[in-house]
Design a protein around this ligand. Structure first.
Ligand code: SAJ
Length: 444
């Protein structure tokens, strides 16, 4: 392993980079390194995505400040190329792996994409290459899966034939470029020389602290930081359920609780979606599944958050009953399909579970979302003849809803607010029966 040569190549930006997986993470990563002057070869299975990138176009929809410019610059400079095959990686000195690492219905990590990338990479892996896994993985995966797979497939040995690191990404849809350049990164390395090489590499893109540590710590930090968020959200949701029962307003309670030092109660809501928070607690839990360590808090938090869309359906049923209706045969307009406000990302969206729950009780469900192309439309017109409107995502557009016009179109004047996005007073003044998650039902 020629660590000195690798270090020099990185510091002089002569090192050729490979990025496997050009999705929400890999594409901005590849473009950012190309913009700083590295020669980057991106690999992706999808030929149409590869073609778009080589044409300097971004295949990522949604509002991603800075991405289009960085991509166009990188492609125009000729420093970013994309391909579907792994052959070109033979010439690379540093290879980043940014493939998906989902969990299945049983919450078991599905490493098919990761294994495939590792097996294909191992075949073309040359001596003295630095490989870095950026995908989120269960603690222990570097030692138990990544390293053995690369060694077996390449006949090279860790730290003698190749260097191996784990640097979890911290992106968020809508802030891909900002997060990649301004958030600190944890660099998990298996040798001091690898740590130095990773520091030299990421210093080109990250204007924040680079914290070197070992593999297991890096794997834990990423999964723990998202599990922390999931548990915090579940706590806020459980307090919301309590407030509904005792006739309080969870939003008023939360505001006053957070005035107490060291409190940071999160936002209760109609569910927890996305590609990080619902998945990472299971990656963390998987790391101790074989040891039968009885985890109670982490699975319980997942259960609480997964019931919130169902609870929102129950609030809708209760509101209909109070107006002499039932879900069976009702026509419901649901506002928001994305999992996050002002985003087009619908992965693991809580609205999917809500719609299924409403339909299972005989309701007809209409979906609207100003950011998701197939669900765009005029909200007031869509409300025609509906028996309730359920708000699932606090998209900025919904703050300006014409409530009196909505009231006129509705067959039953019911508005269920899953995100505290609508002012209760305005709703009541418009003649709506307004119900909010975490707030006792108020009559118009
Ligand atoms: N949510 C709540 N209550 C809250 C916060 C979020 O119900 O208080 C819901 C959201 O509506 C959404 C889901 O949880 O459905 C996830 O929201 P998120 O704000 O956590 O957005 P994500 O999933 O994109 O989270 C990412 C994560 N970043 C990475 O995994 C690198 C997360 O760790 C970050 O905290 C978050 O971005 C961010 O705020 O940057």
């Amino acid at each position: 392993m020629q660590f000195q040569i690798l270090q020099q190549k990185i510091e002089s930006k002569q090192a050729r980079l490979g990025v496997i997986g050009l999705g929400y993470v890999g594409l901005p990563v590849a473009a950012l390194f190309a913009r700083t002057g590295f020669d980057v070869l991106g690999i992706d299975l999808k030929a149409d995505r590869v073609a778009q990138i080589n044409a300097g176009q971004s295949p990522i929809e949604g509002d991603e400040p800075g991405l289009a410019e960085v991509l166009a610059e990188a492609a125009a400079s000729g420093r970013l190329r994309a391909a579907t095959g792994y052959e070109g990686l033979r010439d690379c000195d540093v290879i980043l792996i940014d493939v998906e690492t989902p969990v299945d219905e049983a919450n078991i990590p599905q490493y098919a994409a990761l294994r495939s990338a590792l097996n294909s990479l191992a075949v073309v892996l040359k001596e003295s290459t630095l490989v870095i896994v950026e995908s989120t993985i269960a603690p222990g995966t570097m030692a138990n899966l990544v390293c053995p797979t690369l060694e077996a497939g390449s006949n090279l040995r860790l730290n003698r034939g190749f260097a191996l690191g784990n640097c979890p990404e911290r992106v968020m849809p809508g802030r891909l470029i900002r997060n990649l350049t301004t958030l600190s990164r944890v660099l998990g390395a298996a040798s001091p020389e690898t740590a130095a090489a990773m520091q030299a590499l990421y210093r080109n893109v990250v204007q924040a602290e680079l914290d070197s540590t070992d593999w297991i710590t890096a794997e834990l930090v990423k999964t723990v930081e998202n599990t922390y968020r999931d548990v915090q959200i579940a706590f806020a949701n459980e307090v919301a359920l309590i407030c509904e029962q005792v006739g309080a307003d969870v939003w008023a309670v939360r505001e006053l609780v957070n005035k107490s030092p060291y409190r940071a109660m999160h936002l209760p809501g109609a569910g927890v979606g996305g590609h990080c928070i619902p998945k990472d607690p299971w990656l963390l839990a998987y790391s101790v599944q074989a040891n039968n360590l009885p985890l109670r808090l982490i699975p319980a938090a997942r259960a609480v958050n997964d019931t919130m869309p169902l609870h929102t359906a129950a609030l809708t049923a209760q509101a209909l009953q109070s107006q002499g209706g039932t879900l069976s045969g009702a026509r419901i307009l649901v506002l928001g399909v994305a999992y996050l406000p002002n985003s087009d990302d619908t992965r693991n969206s809580p609205t999917t579970a809500l719609a299924a729950a409403l339909r299972s009780q005989g309701a007809e469900v209409l979906l609207h979302d100003p950011f998701v192309s197939e669900y765009q439309g005029d909200v007031v017109a869509l409300a025609e003849g509906c028996d309730a409107v359920v708000l699932m995502v606090a998209h900025q557009n919904y703050a300006a809803l014409d409530l009196p016009a909505l009231r006129e179109r509705l067959r039953r004047p019911i508005l269920v607010d899953g995100r505290a996005a609508i002012d209760p007073l305005a709703a009541q003044q418009a003649g709506l029966y307004y119900t909010r998650l975490g707030l006792a039902a108020s009559h118009s």
